[in-house]
Design a protein around this ligand. Structure first.
Ligand code: ZN
Length: 229
């Protein structure tokens, strides 16, 4: 399996492929479609060849190009059913998260965003027979249906927005974007105790999955100690 990381302005997304399947994890943001198109051209493929779109969650910076990509490729859209309300732009944000609401409203207007339905709902523990097997890992906190995707052959876990990669250490996304912060410790605990070779997050500079995993373990160990004591 090959991974192409598309480092966007605010958010990264990913193309994964082998000799028979191409999948996209999240859809990118500004210039997202042209980034994807150019990356596919480099491997002599085109947008029409995308087979699956796996979504970590429904925030606008992860789904803004979903409808267009579906129309071009006919790819199967996969996510938890709880994220449909985000994709529809109908989630009722509360308190501090109203800032996120305002940003998404502006973004939907700016991009002339149109919603689309998830084709295939998945939940924690489901196995997708794609690219050698992908296990769905529910990691709620950032949003209620937020998902990670574990690639069983490489033991790489795509962790969405559970934590952000930074130059020196990991950190959480800004509080305005975390709708269920009380669920984050359990999700961190879950990932910390997984047997992985690497993790890959959607925000931050390009770092190897192994390096991200090393940093995550240091971050998570400290964080979980504080939560318990
Ligand atoms: Zn997000």
């Amino acid at each position: 399996m090959n991974i192409i990381e598309l480092n966007g302005i605010f958010v990264n997304n990913f193309i994964l492929y082998n000799h028979k399947e191409i999948i996209l994890i999240d859809t990118g943001f500004l210039n997202g479609i042209s980034f994807i198109k150019n990356a596919l051209l480099n491997i002599h493929k085109k947008l029409e060849d995308i087979d699956y779109i796996l979504l970590t969650h429904g925030h606008l910076d992860h789904v803004v190009h979903l409808k267009k990509l579906k129309e071009i490729s006919g790819a199967t859209i996969i996510c938890s059913k709880e994220e449909q309300i985000h994709i529809d732009g109908k989630y009722s944000y509360k308190g501090i998260n109203l800032v996120c609401d305002g940003l998404e409203k502006f973004g939907r207007f700016y991009f002339n965003y149109k919603a689309i339905k998830i084709d295939h709902h998945v939940k924690d523990g489901d196995i997708l027979n794609i690219l050698g097997g992908i296990k769905v890992i529910h990691l709620p906190g950032h949003s209620i249906g937020h998902l990670g995707y574990l690639f069983l052959e490489s033991k790489y876990l795509f962790i969405g927005d559970l934590v952000n990669t930074r130059r020196k250490k990991h950190r959480f996304p800004p509080a305005i974007f975390n709708s269920f912060p009380h669920l984050i410790p359990e999700s961190i605990h879950k990932v910390y105790h997984m047997n992985l070779n690497g993790i890959i997050s959607n925000h931050g500079p390009r770092l190897s999955p192994e390096e991200q995993w090393n940093r995550f373990r240091i971050f998570a160990k400290d964080y979980l100690k504080q939560k318990i004591t």
